[in-house]
Design a protein around this ligand. Sequence first.
Ligand code: MG
Length: 292
Amino acid sequence: MYDSERLLALTTRSPDCQPRAYAIAGFHDFCLRKSALCAKACGIILYRSRHIESDTFSLALGNAPEILIQLLNRKDFPMDTLQLAAPANAFILFNGRDLSNWTARDGGEPGWAVEDGILHVAPRTGDIIHTEPLTDFYLHLEFRCPDMPEATGQAKGNSGVFLQGLYEIQVLDSSHVNVPGTGDCGAFYLQSAPLVNACRPAMAWQTYDICFRAPPLDDSGDVSELARATVLQNGIVIQNNVEIAGPTGSASGMTVETSGPLRLQDHGDRVAYRNIWAVPLPTKGSDTYEPR
Ligand code: MG
């Protein structure tokens, strides 16, 4: 359950309707029906709700255009970054064709499979590691958990995204969980649970958009500040500038470094990935003050 909903506005395909914006709290079925009628009449796209069940959508939307129903059921609209194109200054970590610049943990050939632009975990072949060390960065990637209806807990579509090889953001089918914990999808494993459950169901593509700030080291090589990260899952903030206490379980090592490569986890399940890229971030902006 969530404490708010928003009707965000809106574009229209009708010349009779001007774009408008709303922020509505305490949205009721009545409003939903009203917005559906309005949408049907003028082609407005956009409703965002996270606690109204899909059956209610169907009831309220009635004969609304199919495209509208599809959009209304995307709870993350309009912040969806699915298939977001990499900017020009990005490192393309997965090129969609092969595993160039990836290795197994022992430095050997990675065992995962690439097919139709998708990177598939090959169970029990081990984790894969990219060769590019990253310090402060913005990372985008997309993942898809397999449908494992009989599986439970950590055996249900498990993989993981290890930032710098040290800090795992969990990948798991947690779509059925009411209150996600520190082992669920979107958690920094065993350290920081996601703020909300932003998961899509198994077999649906999902996004992680991550801003990571590496732990700075002092002159003697000791960590002077903890690593920090902000994570959006499917366009929803699930980790808000959290401090990461240290390497999570199964990290590549316990030594915190300034930079390290991305690692993806083989936990024995057929999780898939695509569209993986990172943009290096400067430590800070300019000190100048030059308004123009
Ligand atoms: Mg995992």
